[in-house]
Design a binder for this molecule. Sequence first.
Ligand code: HEM
Length: 449
Amino acid sequence: MTKSTIPHPPRRVPLIGDILGMDREFPNQNTLVRFRELGPIYRRSILGTDLTFVGSAELAAQVFDDTKWEKHIGRPLEQLRPLVADGLFTAYNWESSWSRAHEVLVPGFTKDAMVSYHGTMVEVVDELCKDLESRSGDFVPVVDEMGKLTLEVIGRCGFGYSFDSFGESEHPFVTAMSRALTYAQDTAIPLPFIGKWLRRNEEQQNEIDRRLLAETVDQVIANRQESGERRLDLLDRMLHPEEGAGLDAENIRNQVLTFLVAGHETSVNALSFALHFIAQNPEIAARMRAEASAVIGAGPVQYEDVPRLRYTRQVINEALRLWPTAPGFFRAAKQDTEVGGHKFSAGEWVFVLLLAVQRDPAWGADAEQFNPDRFAPEANRGRPAELFKPFGTGIRSCIGRQFALHEMTLALATLLLRFDITPENGYELTVEETLTLRPKGLQLTFTRV
Ligand code: HEM
């Protein structure tokens, strides 16, 4: 087989290509459906650009081979470059600033570092609980509420900065950040012909937003430098690495914004999906509550308690499997190679849709169902790694994985101990797509137990 035989959607239009049937609102969920029609690899060619999608565990394993494939900065990530430039998430593989920042920041995510963040995480989860208590029994928009938690956690643990998330009104930084991310997503799929003209107002707003984000971060960095204060946080590590000179001011700004972008929405949405499934499944909630009560008791939660919350972790894993909040990632061939018998030249790239890979029939006949028991240690033994990659793969996988898992496990266990969580009558899960996936319009009640 040659690359020209990779299946494509029906009704290819001369010159323009596979534009028909594209879904701007739900591109990833649309791709999931396409795999069922076209098989585990297919290609969309648009105006001469090829987008190849990979959606089975077997083919994913081939492109996860680091000797032949590497991270690729695809168009949605390119769109973030004006905002975060060579920050860890969007740096090109060949940029030396990536290796230096990676070296400086990895120690900020070790076990010792997590121990040092634990107290702040507990403190913020406590503030979240107080906020929810004040609205006990009311329907609460879950994504917004979890957003306060994760932003506050990364702000305080990362840079000693509070967005005052549990205050009366939204911080202008948060508004600007969410608008800048929406802009990056909206412009990822180019509008034909008059697109630029149609978007001129959004473009101006985006300029303003980017300036506000950069100025706020620069101020935080300047304040720290002027005060000479030393803290156990990511900003301190970037200013005063264990070895060698600190990162330069512009790169630090890119990293701070990167952590806010990469570390915020993904965790918010994962927590929200998990809460949706918990609210829909009282027996799962009961098991989690029993576990939290046995491990944490009257509290406060100790660092060592968190890894012992095994069932809670299973619930988080299962939410991330069924709805990976980073729905996929790009991989580029480092050399001429093949995927599923199709030839790829060095430099060609694919998008691996985790949303499809993590529902591969290899998970069993119930792959589409929510079942945390599939992550029980005995069920999990010998599972091929490619079946579950919500944090990416290889050297460019998620640096914040342990941070996110610690935060989410701690938060869910505490919420279960303190609240009864109930869904809206008749709520059906609809999944909204920005750069990430999130449950649309999810509202739950949190009633003090
Ligand atoms: C549930 C939560 C999270 C999920 C699902 C997630 C997912 C991912 C994925 C899939 C990648 C690889 C992207 C690619 O290959 O293009 C990634 C990279 C990254 N993530 Fe996360 N992430 C989460 C939380 C966090 C947190 C909390 C932080 C920071 C505190 C963070 C910081 C980063 C950074 C900096 C990178 C780029 C690493 C590099 O290329 O060197 N993430 N994440």
